[in-house]
Write a protein that binds this ligand. Structure first.
Ligand code: UDP
Length: 488
């Protein structure tokens, strides 16, 4: 019997409420965690709003026992009807989205009270800090789920604890040091979390968000999508800061059955191109000769950025797959996301442009992929590491600057090619960087060797007996009924 099977058999299927934040980059790993917990025998209810129900499809088909709990999305004057996921948000919609979800507290409380056997714990996203207050009202434990890595979370928590300010409110380059965090990172103001930068003292939404992050820090436990061998010093730092031993690094979380290339898992969305078309093209390419380009589930480039990137890919002479997100309602004026005229004809046979959702995990794992040009979203980072692919880093926002610090300056598995969501890269430099990392030259830069080492560490962590697998089993025991009845 494996230790995972022992973990599954060792308790009586405690009931857990999982509550993801409605953004693909947040939902994907927490649903992957739900899969791991259900595999280990826990009873899982997942809370979503109606328009996000389709995102549960792969999880529910794997685990028919998981119960969706669907609550209507609360109305908000700043959010047009129909917006229930970050990818559909209008500009500046992120803050209202975070605060309006807090209105679900009473409906959830009443649901608990009328449920014949309600959940004994809540695992909810770090953007839902108010669920800590809900858990206190219900007298149960709340575990924060961090879809960000430990270094990024250390920076986020430090910001909301210390609340650093700028002397000059217009100085975007004002340097903010984090002397307590291992490696003492320093970031210019513009690279800090946009949620933090938009904090206004006394403003109700700002205060609600600040209270949420502080409630995260006061929560009973922290489950984090990282692994000991990758971020040990930052995990130890978090343990020290939180003042308890209730931090579980359980990553890299990964989709169920992600090995089947003919039917890549619908992780966060269904592919907008025929997967068979992509993979039969990749099959014709030599080992590690293709660069995969994708900036996550949300980032849409300006047309100027698109031109330079396209030109950089052309100049590199390398093969590529480029996943391009379509502009949303917020991207007005036709200035976003246009593929330069004639580009696709010029690169026919050498590159594929995917408009919409790409089967990223499966693409990265193909032997032909030799580099990943990424915005350094944490899921993408972990997927790149699991695939053993060196990266070209173009952090744009959120926690991506600290992720880039980790990848480029500490782990040396990536090279930095651009920084900032508005910055336009230089196509010559970009083409050169791609050439250096992909293909034969990749050996010289050293990133490929590091990528292979980190791949080994990641795969070992999630294997039976590995650190993350052991942490998951420990977490399941803590979540189980016997432990709850025994107190902490
Ligand atoms: N993703 C995908 N296909 C796409 C774009 C994104 O499968 O075309 C997935 C990707 O594999 C990752 C997630 O969406 O799991 C994006 O999360 P990440 O943290 O990298 O970035 P975010 O979208 O949060 O900025």
């Amino acid at each position: 019997m494996t230790t995972t099977a022992v973990a599954a058999a060792a308790h009586d299927g405690a009931h857990i409420l999982i509550f993801p934040y409605p953004a693909q980059g947040h939902m994907i790993p927490l649903l992957d965690l739900a899969h791991q917990l259900a595999t280990r025998g826990l009873t899982i209810t997942v809370l979503v709003t109606p328009r996000n129900v389709p995102l549960l499809k792969p999880l529910l088909s794997k685990h028919p026992s998981i119960t969706p709990f669907v609550l209507p999305f609360p109305a908000h004057p700043a959010l047009p009807a129909g917006v229930e996921n970050v990818k559909d948000l209008p500009p500046n919609g992120f803050r209202p989205m975070m605060s309006v979800l807090g209105e679900l507290q009473d409906p959830i409380f009443h649901w608990f009270q009328s449920h014949p056997s309600p959940p004994e714990a809540i695992i909810s996203d770090m953007f839902l800090g108010w669920t800590q207050h809900l858990a206190c009202r219900l007298g149960i434990r709340r575990f924060v789920f961090s879809p960000s890595g430990a270094m990024a979370l250390a920076v986020i928590y430090s910001l909301w604890r210390a609340m650093p300010k700028r002397d000059d409110p217009n100085e975007e380059n004002h340097l903010v040091p984090f002397p307590d965090i291992p490696s003492s990172p320093v970031y210019p103001w513009w690279q800090l979390s946009p949620i933090y930068r938009s904090y206004l003292e006394g403003d109700p939404v700002s205060e609600f968000i600040k209270d949420g992050f502080r409630a995260d820090m006061a929560s009973w436990g922290l489950v984090i999508n990282s692994f000991d061998e990758l971020e040990r010093v930052y995990l130890e730092y978090l343990l020290k800061q939180l003042g308890n031993d209730r931090v579980w690094a359980v990553g890299p979380l990964h989709p169920p059955d992600d090995e089947d290339r003919s039917k890549p898992s619908e992780r966060g969305g269904s592919s907008s191109v025929l997967a068979s078309k992509i993979f039969s093209w990749l099959d014709t390419c030599g080992d590690r000769t293709v660069v995969y380009v994708c900036f996550g589930s949300q980032a849409v480039l300006t047309n100027h950025q698109m031109e330079e990137l396209a030109s950089g890919l052309e100049k590199s002479g390398d093969r590529f797959i480029w996943s391009v997100k379509n502009p949303t309602k917020g991207h007005v004026g036709g200035e976003y996301g246009a593929i330069p005229c004639g580009f696709e004809d010029r690169v026919a046979g050498r590159g594929i442009v995917i408009r919409g959702w790409a089967p990223q995990v499966a693409i990265l794992k193909h032997r032909a992929v030799g580099a990943f040009l990424t915005h350094c979203g944490w899921n993408s980072v972990l997927e790149g590491l699991v695939a053993g692919v060196p990266m070209l880093a173009w952090p744009m926002g959120a926690d991506q600057f600290s992720n880039a610090t980790l990848l480029v300056d500490e782990l040396k598995v990536a090279v930095r090619v651009c920084e900032g969501e508005k910055t336009v890269p230089n196509s010559d430099e970009l083409g050169r960087a791609v050439r250096e990392v992909v293909g034969v030259d990749g050996e010289r830069v050293g990133t490929r060797v590091r990528a292979m080492e980190l791949q080994k560490a990641a795969l070992t962590a999630i294997k039976e007996g590995g650190s993350s697998c052991n942490n998951l089993n420990r977490l399941v025991r803590v979540l189980s009924k016997e432990t709850f009845q025994g107190g902490k």
